[in-house]
Write a protein that binds this ligand. Structure first.
Ligand code: FES
Length: 301
């Protein structure tokens, strides 16, 4: 979806004043320059920095410098708008898009993975929001390495992250794998790792201690007892390039942008319950950076 485009420029997503969301290739139709260079903000139009072609928020080409004397009025502006994605849809605040017109509907594509995504996205009234902006960095590896690691490689945790765990950034390291962990294949290439027991029983962060217990009844009412207290997803991936970490203390969502066969640009956000207190949101944002930010104790491993 959205992030499988292999070029330098990802997709430009625009929400208009009526709430309608459009998405386009972030590439000028003239000579391929990037159209929008901001991560977020408000704009009534996008002007290419190379020759000044300007597009409105619906992707239409609305201005061409020297239209009469350079193009003799012959350029059909209607033909030269931004290239829209073939399909766009949303799931509980996340926007998915594809350039494949034959792709299945989003609900069908997510399949059973949506049941698990709700444990992150829909446990409280109002859903979720991202806090702290986006973190970006480049890794010298293929995007499939990262996606596979988040989807199904719990095996590395106790060894790769041993020093971070000993230092107190995670739960106390155990000597042996636990039978409480399961790997789940939800089909269509998606999957996740989860535990069948609470994972915050030794929560060291004061602001987060007791948060999950405090919202338990609300979550149970919304999602049922299984998703409120019997299954605890930790990491997962929606094929191909959308990954999640939600081990309670902090919640991180990521997109792996392929930049070539051995280069991946990571875009990473902290996501929180919208209904959480400012203290809980701030603590989760801090923990997401301390652990899985670009200089985080686990991320560096
Ligand atoms: Fe954008 Fe020329 S490349 S106006």
């Amino acid at each position: 979806f959205f992030s499988t485009y292999m070029g330098e420029d990802p997709v430009l997503v625009v929400r208009n004043s009526q709430g309608k969301v459009n998405a386009f290739l972030n590439t000028c139709r003239h000579r391929g320059n990037r159209v929008c260079r901001a991560d977020a903000g408000s704009a009534s139009a996008f002007t290419c920095s190379y020759h000044g072609w300007t597009y409105d928020t619906a992707g239409r080409l609305i201005a061409v410098p020297n239209f009469e004397d350079a193009y003799f009025g012959e350029l059909d502006r209607a033909e030269w708008g931004l290239i829209p994605v073939a399909r766009i849809d949303q799931y509980k605040g996340l926007i998915f898009a594809t350039f494949d017109p034959a792709a299945p509907p989003l609900g069908e594509y997510l399949g059973e993975m949506a049941w698990y995504l709700d444990i992150l996205l829909d446990r409280r009234e109002g859903g979720t929001e991202v806090v702290g902006g986006v973190h970006k960095w480049v890794m010298p590896c293929n995007w499939k390495f990262a996606a596979d690691n988040f989807q199904g490689d719990s095996y590395h945790v106790r060894w790769t992250h041993l020093s971070a765990s000993i230092a107190g950034f995670g739960r106390r390291p155990e000597k042996r794998p636990t039978e409480k962990g399961i790997m789940i294949d939800t089909g269509n290439g998606h999957g996740l790792g989860a535990q069948l027991a609470p994972i915050d029983d030794d929560e060291p962060i004061p602001e987060l201690r007791g948060y999950n217990e405090a919202i338990f009844r609300e979550v149970e009412k919304r999602l049922g007892s299984e998703r409120a207290g019997k299954i605890w997803p930790i990491h997962g991936n929606v094929f191909p390039t959308f990954s999640l970490l939600w081990p309670n203390r902090f919640h991180v969502i990521r997109v792996w942008h392929p930049k070539g066969p051995a280069r991946t640009e990571v875009w990473s956000w902290c996501i929180v319950d919208k209904a959480a207190s400012p203290e809980v949101k701030a603590a989760m944002a801090r923990e997401s950076v301390r652990t899985f930010g670009p200089g985080g104790a686990f991320e560096e491993d």
